[in-house]
Each structure stands twice: as C-alpha cells, then as structure tokens.
Design a protein around this ligand. Structure first.
Ligand SMILES: *Cc1c(COP(=O)(O)O)cnc(C)c1O
Length: 426
C-alpha cells in the first residue's frame, strides 16, 4: 500500500487559516525551501512571490539564520522574561533602536503582529490614565488591518473579517485614507470628535496591506500625522508589514517628517523564520509608567515574551538586512517592477497599477465590485497555483511582494504568469 501524501493526511486533521475548508482545494505539501523557492512533496518548485504572507525577506532556510538558530538552541532556548533577561533580547533591542526612528527608546517583546498592536493600544490608553487623564477614543483608517485578536480587530476596518464580531468590538473613529483632495475634511472630521479625548491614532504607514495594497498620498498623510501630534494624539505606526525595507526605506515612517510615539513590528523582523512581535515606545511613554504605585505598571506579558531563539533569528536577519547588498536587491526588484508596471499600464484587464518599494499591485477589472469577497479571487488563486507561482490575491487585487533574494529570472516567470492570465481573461 502506498503511504498517503502529506496533503491527504492534512485533510483529515488540520483546520487552515482564512480557508473555507469545504471548497478550498487540498493544500500543497511543502517540505523544503531555498531562496525564493519552496519545494513540494513531489519535488516541484513553487516561486514564493508573496514572501509566505509577507514575512520572508532573505529567502527560505537561509544558512546564516539556520546556523545562528542552531547555536542558540544549544545555549538557551527559553527563560522567563520578568525578573530575568538574556543576551539575544538585549542585543536585539540595542541594534533595533539604532535603526528605528531616533525617538524610539524602549523595546517591549511579544509574539506576533496582533499582540504588538494589542500592547501598543494598552500602552496608549494607560499612558493617559497614568497621567490622570481618561482618554478612551482611538482613531484608525477605514479599511485598515491590524490583526485578528479582539483589540486588533476593533481598530481594523469593519469588514467580512469582523462582521460576526462587530457588536463585541470597541468603538473606534474611522478616517478616510488621505489624499490631497480630502485632507482638510479628514482634519475637520477629527476636530469634530473632541480631539482632547482621543488617546491615539493607529495606522499602517504609507499603505494598507490586507485592505488591498492601497497607497496614500504621502504629503497628505504627513499633514494628518502632524495635526494629530499638535493635538497630543499619540501616533502608533503599525509597521508589521511595512518594516524592514518593504517600502524601499528601512521603515515606512522614514518617508514622513512626523515621528511616531510607538512602533509595532513583526513579520519581517525574524526574516520570516519565527514568530516574534515588538512594540517600541518613546522615553516619554515609558516614563509615564515609572512610579512607586504598582497600579501604574504595564500589566501585559506572554509566556514566550522575548523568546531567545526568536530574538536570535531576528539578530541574524538584521545582519543580512543591514548589509548594503540587501538594499541593492530591493533597488533591483523595484527596477524590475517599474519596467513591468509600464507593461501593466497597457493591459485592458488591469486597473490602477501601482508600485511602492518592492510591492507591485493592481486590480483586475471585473463586473463585480472590487474587494476581498470578489469571486475572481478563487479563480486567480487556482490559476497561479497551477503555474506553481505563489500569488494569493486579495479579492480582485493582485500583488507581488517577493523575498528580496528573488532572482530576475524568477521575477520574469512571475510576470510571464500574469501576462498569461491577462491573455486568458480578455
Ligand atoms: C499581518 C499584520 C498584522 C497582524 O500580524 P499577525 O502576526 O498576523 O498577527 C498587524 N498589522 C499589520 C499591518 C499586518 O500586516
């Protein structure tokens, strides 16, 4: 008797994320990765054109990351992080603070992007409370995505993801995405919300990821941030997706003149190899929690806070990230994307092609409304699966967001698959 495939065994026991298990095709069993390629159980290679849900930056099974991880695993794998500390956590905090916006002074560890957001929200609300002020209003963008836990869902746009839970989410005032045309209206809108009661504004800097790779007008966005700062509204930059070079610069906040009060990091933080979350803060936020009064403590922590293995792979990823060769790779990808963008502009099935750093996105013209539930998504997903290109559309929005090590030849194959799709759709 033949042993059943990984894919078949999976169908009996696993429940996958964001997957309608009734109708989804059987998952492809992946057994190995190398660079931008993933190999399935039949040894076919698949091009990882979306960085395994936006986390991978240096490629799969990178030897430097793997070696550092193995060495650390023989030293110290985990240790309680209250009352104790360890070299990977301290080294990583020191090195990150050197490259983050210069006003960031403290590193708080957690496990993933959603927890990094939860921590930032709790820091913001308690910051004001510790100062004797009750401010419970939060601002966020319509259509934003900040994660799947309840607090993170609350500050995310109300959508098909949150529909069932809407009544249970806390109230947030949602703003339009800024453009030159609407920026004065957005500011008037905040003005009407009694800005002195607003604790914080949380946003994905420069572009919304899950919301459909929607890019903002940068000067208008900066004007909005400056206005919030002038009203003492704390700025929480959710760089979970945009951090570590995705948008071209190290962090998306480098495109604006306003400094964030807090920054959330995850995804690319470990080069995409392990789960780790970070929330950083300014000295002012941190100092508001210093007191002889125990009630002013930030009562938050996770069992695996600052896991030494995860911090070690983040350090290994930083070694690679801060090497000038990594910036060169991002420029190369941007140039390849720019050339393909010109081609996309000529295709009748393509709407609104756009490019930011290493992210190329566009909509496929359909008769249905744009958005995550657009019926085209499944068809597109199956098409690219059959070509062994890992592109997972957001509704009818297609985007390429590759690991920085992807080769020009691999990129050319991704572009070619999109040309074939276009030929099939017209
Ligand atoms: C993915 C994402 C999150 C959530 O991170 P998880 O690790 O998936 O919980 C939060 N914010 C942004 C901007 C993201 O893209």
């Amino acid at each position: 008797m033949q042993t059943p495939s990984l894919s078949a065994r999976d169908l009996d026991v696993i429940w996958h994320p964001y997957t309608q298990m009734q109708t989804a095709p059987a998952p492809i069993g992946i057994v190995r990765g190398e660079g931008a390629l993933l190999f399935d159980e039949d040894n076919n290679s698949h091009i990882d054109a979306t960085s395994s849900w936006w986390v991978n930056i240096h490629g799969h099974a990178h030897p430097h990351i793997a070696q550092q991880l193995a060495a650390q695993a023989l030293q110290l794998q985990h240790c309680i992080f209250a009352g104790y500390t360890h070299p990977p956590a301290v080294n990583l905090a020191e090195r990150l603070l050197q490259i983050l916006p210069s006003n960031q002074r403290r590193v708080f560890y957690s496990d993933n992007g959603s927890t990094a957001v939860e921590v930032a929200l709790k820091m913001a609300i308690q910051y004001w409370d510790n100062k004797g002020l009750r401010k419970h209003k939060i601002l966020a963008f319509k259509n934003a995505y900040h994660g799947d836990t309840f607090g993170a869902m609350s500050v995310s746009g109300r959508s098909v993801f949150t529909r069932v839970f809407d009544d249970l989410l806390f109230d947030v005032h949602f703003l339009e995405v800024p453009s030159t045309d609407n920026i004065s209206q957005i500011i008037a809108d905040i003005e009407a919300q009694q800005p002195e009661q607003i604790a914080a504004f949380i946003f994905e800097p420069l572009l919304q990821g899950s919301g459909g790779m929607i890019m903002y007008d940068i000067p208008a966005f900066d004007q909005l941030l400056q206005y919030c700062t002038s009203k003492n509204i704390l700025l929480i930059a959710d760089e979970v997706m945009t951090g570590f070079g995705r948008t071209g610069k190290n962090f998306a906040m480098e495109y604006v003149h306003t400094a964030p009060d807090m920054v959330c990091l995850s995804k690319g933080l470990t080069g995409g190899s392990m789960a780790l979350g970070i929330t950083t803060s300014t000295a002012a936020i941190y100092e508001a929690f210093l007191s002889n009064d125990k009630l002013k403590t930030l009562f938050h922590g996770h069992s695996f806070t600052a896991n030494p293995l995860a911090c070690t792979v983040a350090l290994a990823s930083l070694d690679l990230f801060t090497d000038p060769a990594c910036a060169q790779q991002r420029i190369r990808i941007h140039e390849q994307h720019s050339a393909f963008l010109l081609e996309l502009q000529q295709l009748s099935i393509v709407k609104n092609p756009r490019l930011l750093g290493t992210i190329l996105a566009f909509e496929i013209v359909t008769t249905n409304a744009d958005g995550y539930t657009n019926a085209l998504a499944d068809q597109l997903h199956r098409f690219f699966r059959s070509k062994r290109i890992m592109l997972r559309p957001l509704g009818n929005t297609l985007y390429i967001l590759p690991p920085y090590c992807i080769t020009n030849e691999q990129l050319a194959l991704v572009y070619e698959s999109i040309r074939e799709l276009a030929a099939e759709l017209v």
